[in-house]
Design a protein around this ligand. Structure first.
Ligand code: 13P
Length: 261
């Protein structure tokens, strides 16, 4: 799976053309799920541009309530017909909008109710990694966000929950984690789900890596059997980068389907 997080880039005037170009440049033989997550105001343009392709559309956030007096917010039910995926708990929202694990857990419930496939982001800050606490922080985030749903694990797995491990120090910095770091964290995330008695089992949950992924380094992550794809920020606005990343994902998907990776 390769998901593009366009963050606060593009306008309704140019987003459709970019999405169409990326869709055309990322057609590969392997079974790769492709998702483009533009800003809210570009969702309709991107949906229209991708009609007839198998590239899905995702939102970058939803509110933790379905409706109400929340000026400037967008709820999950409002995305009906516009998006089928949603990114939850991105570290930039934790940083800039003060989102907490508790709120992200409530957003997850809203996504499930609206049948939006969630991409739940977790990841540690640089100081947390340097003090040796990265694993504890990420496990705590998984427990706090998903713990309340453990008994509903099958429903979440059926909906297709995905977890993205995005170390904060690797986002937008050009300093990516190693494939081995990402794989270790994916193992920890799945072990934490198992410990929560997530009913479908942690193995049922795809884990993506995000943080300075490019066409040049994507292969290092996809080579790890524990990693199921990438959540791409800056490089996802560049069709040639997306072409390279998805081509890599396609080769990996084919190899895994044939049992040779
Ligand atoms: P960059 O790929 O720009 O580091 O961003 C990663 C990210 O935050 C994806 O959600």
């Amino acid at each position: 799976m390769v998901a593009a997080n366009w963050k606060m880039h593009t306008t309704p005037a140019d987003a459709g053309a970019l999405a169409a170009t990326i869709a055309a440049r990322t057609r590969v033989d392997g079974p790769v799920i492709r998702v483009i997550c533009p800003p809210f105001v570009c969702l309709a343009a991107v949906r229209d541009a991708l009609a007839g392709s198998d590239v899905a559309v995702g939102a970058q956030n939803i509110h933790h309530e379905p409706l109400g007096a929340y000026t400037g917010e967008v709820s999950a039910p409002m995305l009906a017909g516009l998006a089928t995926w949603v990114i939850l708990g991105h570290s930039e929202r934790r940083r800039d909008a003060g989102e907490t694990d508790e709120q992200i857990g409530r957003k997850l419930r809203q996504a499930v109710a609206a049948k939006l496939r969630p991409i739940v982001c977790v990841g540690e800050q640089l100081a947390e990694r340097e003090s040796g606490r990265a694993a504890d922080i990420v496990a705590d985030q998984v427990r706090a966000i998903i713990g309340g749903y453990a008994g509903e694990g099958e429903a979440l797995a059926r909906l297709g929950i995905v977890i993205a491990y995005e170390p904060v120090w690797a986002i937008g910095t050009g300093r990516n984690a190693t494939g081995a770091d990402a794989a270790a964290m994916a193992g920890l995330i799945r072990a934490t789900l198992d410990e929560l008695e997530f009913t479908a089992g942690g193995a049922a949950v795809p884990v993506l890596y995000g943080g300075s992924v490019t066409a040049a380094n994507a292969g290092e992550f996809f080579a790890e059997p524990a990693i199921d794809g990438a959540l791409v920020g800056g490089a996802s606005l560049k069709p040639e980068e997306m072409a390279g990343i998805v081509a890599r994902a396609g080769l990996t998907a084919q190899a895994r389907a044939n049992g040779i990776a």
